[in-house]
Design a protein around this ligand. Structure first.
Ligand code: VG1
Ligand code: CO
Length: 544
């Protein structure tokens, strides 16, 4: 087989963000751009001779072309077994599952997650290691540094591979396996949850659910698992056929972008439960009738019910949440006497804790929940966990959450996103705040007194690596908190995220609207950070 050495020059800005490298398709499609990044990954991995690799993506525009390029480079760099999801498709959690199951030398996942897709929209790529999880910061930093000095890449001279026909083919001594993207993942789900019990729930006359695939990757997974294996009524899954532009929508499962689902569950008398996932299948939103379940609360409920689920019967060694996530899960950990970790935003920080057996469940406020069954957050897994809880308890989602608040108290939470903000103004806002932090302590804003204020730095308990500047957090003596950080996943301008939470355990104050319950905290945030002045915005673009 002919491998050619192609000369290339570094591209600027190939620094992976919170979850891989994400850019506009037009940037990725430049000759050499994707090749350089992939070669940089392989250079960091070192000897790829005779290794195996999982490859797949969320099916967005440019997915197929990118996979052909990656196959050429992988073969050019010595890989001899390439496992690819049929049609080039793999959800992020399924890719993680396959890396672990087939014990490959990691995998390459093509996704820009919840960002819109199409020729003028976003594309993304990331490398996950042998444990199935996103590369650690140390590795992504090395990849970035490779991209800055690269002068050639290695590419095998082969024809395009047929991605649609299942089975193994040999190309110049390399085995390419086109596999069913769903089967192994669905089997894993079946090994964790009580499918017989969930199935009985789904057959009941007084129970129906709806799952919104948002025209993205989870449609085929949800149809196989919910409709085929669990026997949910045909049509339970809506928007279940993945399309290259996600139907022109924004596949982000929240109250704004999954509006169709929210309206459907509230209007249709038969529906008791509804859920949605994102572009690459790692996020989840769960809803009851007229009842939104905040992801921070969802994580806490899963932790509280874990032993009722076959896969977690042995109990939880510990739990973790990202720093901006409300401390609802911490309260469950305290009651159970298990460890609870606070990590920076992004799933890559949970991997070491899981590999070391210190945590089983973890989550983020951004609709991400997961466990050590894989090393990514997992949308459908969370939906099945909820179904198992509903089947086991015989309660509605609203009852489950309300009883949880009665027992543990409620952490009101909201996130306000200011998108497409001028990058300089956003970084000025943050630098000003950083400088102010020491003086804030003891000051009072809207009746709230600052007890502590810092820029979150994290020392990984397993490898002792330190991650600085992970978000500004201001804790008030009254049990409220403000967090501010800039997004690491946007592809144009800056996105400022403001997170607020406040604890409440008075029995008559557990049913408020979070925006009202947090009105003072939000006001204090604006006074301290001067968001309106810096961003020029009087209101956020998205509230979750
Ligand atoms: C966002 C979320 C973060 C999540 C990340 C990847 O990052 O806030 O919690 O891990 O997206 O999710 P940022 O840096 O924009 O805040 V996914 O579903 O896009 O892979
Ligand atoms: Co995602």
């Amino acid at each position: 087989m002919n491998v050619i050495k192609v000369e290339t020059k570094p591209f600027e800005g190939q620094k992976p963000g919170t979850s891989g490298l994400r850019k506009k398709v037009s940037e990725f499609a430049q000759p050499g751009y994707l090749e350089n990044f992939v070669q940089a990954i392989f250079n960091v991995l070192g000897n790829c001779q005779d290794k195996s690799l999982v490859i797949g993506g969320d099916g967005r525009y440019f997915n197929r072309a990118a996979i052909q390029t990656i196959l050429r480079l992988a073969i050019g760099n010595g890989f001899t077994r390439l496992i690819v999801g049929q049609g080039g498709l793999l959800s992020t959690p399924a890719a993680s599952c396959l890396i672990r199951q087939y014990q490959t030398f990691g995998g390459i996942i093509l996704s820009a997650s919840h960002n819109p897709a199409g020729p003028d929209e976003d594309f993304g790529i990331k490398y996950n290691g042998e444990n199935g999880g996103p590369a650690t910061e140390a590795v992504t930093n090395q990849i970035f540094s490779q991209t800055q000095s690269l002068d050639h890449y290695l590419s095998a001279q082969i024809d395009d591979i047929d991605l649609d026909t299942l089975g193994k083919t040999q190309v110049a001594g390399v085995t390419i396996e086109i596999i069913d993207p769903v089967a192994d993942y669905a089997n894993l789900m079946e090994s964790i949850f009580d499918f017989a019990k969930i199935s009985r729930l789904l057959q009941r006359d007084d129970f129906a659910m709806c799952f919104d695939g948002m025209h993205a990757i989870t449609g085929p997974y949800a149809i196989e698992i919910l409709e085929r294996r669990l026997g949910a009524a045909a049509g339970t899954v809506i928007n279940g056929v993945p399309s290259e532009d996600f139907g022109g929508h924004h596949p982000d499962p929240n109250l704004v972008h999954a509006k169709e689902l929210v309206e459907k569950v509230n209007a249709d008398p038969a529906l008791v439960f509804a859920a949605a996932s994102d572009g690459d299948g790692d996020r989840n939103m769960v809803l009851g009738k007229n009842f939104y379940i905040n992801p921070c609360d969802s994580l806490a409920v899963l932790a509280a019910y874990a032993e009722k689920i076959p896969g977690y019967q042995q109990g939880l060694s510990g739990v973790a949440r990202s720093m901006p996530t409300s401390p609802a899960v911490d309260r469950v950990a305290t009651v159970r006497g298990i460890e609870c970790f606070e990590t920076p935003t992004g799933w890559k920080f949970f991997g070491n804790l899981m590999d070391a057996g210190r945590i089983v469940l973890c989550g983020e406020e951004s609709f991400g929940t997961g466990s050590d069954h894989v090393r990514e957050k997992d949308g459908l897994w969370a939906v099945l966990f909820w179904l198992n809880i509903l089947a086991e308890s015989g309660k509605t989602p609203q009852q489950v959450v309300t009883e949880h608040w009665q027992r543990y108290g409620r952490d009101y939470f909201t996130r306000h996103d200011f998108e497409g903000v001028d990058s300089e103004s956003a970084s000025n806002l943050v630098s000003r705040l950083r400088q102010m932090l020491p003086q804030l302590i003891g000051q009072t804003y809207v009746g709230l007194t600052v007890a502590s204020a810092d820029d979150f730095a994290y020392t990984d308990p397993i490898d002792q690596s330190v991650s600085q500047s992970q978000g500004i957090r201001i804790q008030f003596a009254e049990g409220a908190r403000i967090v501010l950080r800039l997004s690491g996943t946007e592809t144009s301008g800056a996105t400022l995220r403001l997170y607020c939470d406040r604890f409440e355990d008075a029995p008559d104050r557990l049913q408020m609207d979070p925006q009202q319950a947090l009105a003072e905290v939000l006001q204090a945030a604006d006074q301290i950070a001067q968001i309106q002045q810096f961003t020029g915005r009087s209101a956020p673009d998205v509230i979750t």
